[in-house]
Write a protein that binds this ligand. Structure first.
Ligand SMILES: O=P(O)(O)OC[C@H]1O[C@@H](O)[C@H](O)[C@@H]1O
Length: 260
């Protein structure tokens, strides 16, 4: 409403007259606070390649901190919502849309970025590595790196990754978000390996299978995994409707794993 009134008034009035009017009618047009504080976004992108849980990191070929490793980030544009900015950054780097993306935390320590006061709003994403745009990744000098081989990152990006991993472990135990890392068709042992990678612990095969099948989250495709050594694994796909329910309902997906 305010924007519409302001728009109409500025159409017909000179800036000076608008100021006089806005003062009379108490229409605020800007804040007088002088500080320049930038808002950036950083994205922690998790992917799973069938073996390991990985992070998409960039080897910086630009300043600041050229030559070092960092998360993918960027500055918030004036006409952009936070979520849209995070999606833009994720799309630029991976070519992916419609991925699991969740705001993690805001990092705002005064000296976190030595160049200028910058507040970073951090998101984490779970992607299926197979769907990525390899060219986009190459263009940005980005690499998938296993969590165990993670290099030191610039600024407070190491702490961001640490927080994201904690959140992922917490969330994956309560909701079925581990499926976000899977390809379209997968076997139960493949799914188990994702959970083992997230929690860095081995899970009992029978218990895992029983638990997963009892959720009704899997739909059998009638196909077998021809890439496995035994070629015996049943291929399943995710029951999307049930999955949505598991995302919104408060359920303990793997209650025992939160304690890990
Ligand atoms: O866009 P780059 O140069 O990576 O980073 C500049 C700032 O924006 C954020 O992403 C970083 O955390 C840093 O504060």
């Amino acid at each position: 409403m305010f924007i519409a009134v302001k728009g109409l008034l500025t159409l017909f009035l000179q800036e000076r007259q608008y100021h006089v009017l806005s003062t009379c009618y108490n229409l605020m047009i800007h804040y007088t606070h002088p500080n320049r504080i930038l808002v950036a976004l950083d994205c922690i992108i998790f992917g799973y390649d069938g073996e390991e849980l990985k992070l998409l990191l960039i080897k910086r070929n630009f300043d600041p901190e050229q030559g070092k490793w960092s998360l993918m980030g960027g500055f918030l544009k004036e006409e952009e919502d936070l979520e849209a900015a995070a999606q833009r950054i994720l799309y630029d780097l991976t070519g992916l849309t419609n991925t699991y993306l969740e705001q993690l935390q805001t990092f705002g320590a005064v000296n976190r970025d030595p160049v200028e006061r910058t507040i970073s709003v951090v998101y984490y994403a779970l992607v299926n590595i197979q769907d990525q745009d390899v060219n986009a990744i190459r263009t940005h000098n980005a690499y998938w790196i296993g969590l165990n081989e993670k290099p030191a990152l610039i600024f407070d990006h190491n702490a961001m990754v640490e927080q994201a991993l904690n959140r992922l472990r917490y969330k994956a135990a309560l909701h079925a978000i581990g499926f976000e890392l899977m390809p379209e068709k997968f076997t139960i042992p493949q799914l188990q390996r994702v959970y083992e990678a997230i929690y860095t612990k081995q899970l009992d095969r029978r218990n895992f299978s029983r638990k997963i099948l009892s959720t009704d989250l899997l739909i059998g495709t009638g196909e077998k995994d021809t890439t496995s050594v035994t070629k015996k694994g049943q291929l399943y796909r995710l029951n999307a409707e049930k999955y949505q329910q598991y995302l919104t309902d408060y359920v303990s997906f793997f209650p025992e794993l939160t304690l890990a």
